[in-house]
Design a protein around this ligand. Sequence first.
Ligand code: 2HG
Ligand code: ZN
Length: 463
Amino acid sequence: MTDPRLDALRHAAPALRLKTDPADLEHYGRDWTRRWTPAPLAIALPGDVEEVQAVVRWARAQGIALVPSGGRTGLSGGAVAAAGEIVVSLERMNRALEFDPIDRTLTVQAGMPLEALHNAAREHGLQYPVDFAARGSCTIGGNIATNAGGIRVIRYGNTREWIAGLKVVTGAGEVLHLNRGLIKNSSGYDLRQLFVGSEGTLGIVVEATVRLTDPPPPSNVMLLALPSFDVLMKVFAAFRERLQLEAFEFFTGRALHHVLAHGAQPPFAEMHPYYVVTEFAIGDEAREAAAMAAFEHCLEQGWVGDGVISQSDAQAAQLWRLREGITEALARHKPYKNDVSVRVSRMPAFLEETQALLGRAYPDFDVVWFGHIGDGNLHINVLKPEGLDDAVFVRQCEDVTRLLAQSLARHEGSISAEHGIGLVKKGYLESTRSAAEIAVMRGIRGVLDPDGIMNPGKLFDLL
Ligand code: 2HG
Ligand code: ZN
């Protein structure tokens, strides 16, 4: 027997694809957090904007919650459907719609995977520069919903910077065509930017017009081994001063240990406590000399103990794998994740304080640090000791996260740098946003989603 509410939906949108098999409910109802048991009512797979609109209008009439869904690679529970919702998967809406060589923009449907967008840009001799390890599975719609960052933010900024226009279906069922690719548009509130980072709580992004830019310059990748944590920001300053950095990423020896255990090749004969992988533009002698100068300066100061520079694309990819493979290598240890940021200038003080805090709070846990240090963004993964009950482990980590949140409030940082708040960090939002700000966000949500059907329970609770 099918649910009569779904019959009403079939009636409203006869061509809409719906899935209700238990395996599908499980597959589409979870993201990479794996902490909640998926329990959606059904999965809707619209093929066009009209079908998305029909689903939203039906959901309003029925009072059923919707969970917009991209590649579900999120780490904050933003795409989890665990309470009888309809998952609205954009996976069928994954096509490129229009390239404009004068504007250098590409309009795509929101379900397009990030890697496909990279490839489409490359076919036009350009690049879409936002990039991170989940590129093969995540979608541009999901990237927009979380204002995704990644490994090239230091050079190109977050997703937000590259969105020239959006088509959205609001929680009220209206289609809004926002900014329409304009560079200059001083005509009131920028509603496009409101949807970037809204985590599916205001409506569903159905199309995006992204800006493209020149292809990246030829570059080299360097892996550096560091003897101690306190030299990290000095190494960063030395490289940034001399080079045009495309990326500057940090990870600990513990992170490398897990990536090696997962099959990667060791980069040096010995293990070191800390590592940096950095990519920078080369192409002329001056730049190559600058890279060597930066390295030698750090060596002389005793800030770097060893280093290797890529000699080929294959070697560059191999070095990147040591950093990009961390999330996957840690997944089997069910890590509890923090994704925090402070201003880069505050990083040294914040790192020192956080190291002391976590050393006290987790004396017996394997705590893995890595992140986009050049953006002031640190990822802390606490691995669950074998045999420890999942819920007990999460509770312990939440207690420590409360302390971390207090420290972030003191340092004027953010409890979520790039993964979003979702379900995981909802309880700590007030460390980053004032009560007055949250009240404004609630008001905005009420206007765009008057019946509270858009991803309820995520980001903050409706009153
Ligand atoms: C990364 O930087 C991602 O690799 C994932 O943002 C971070 O797994 C994590 O904690
Ligand atoms: Zn990251």
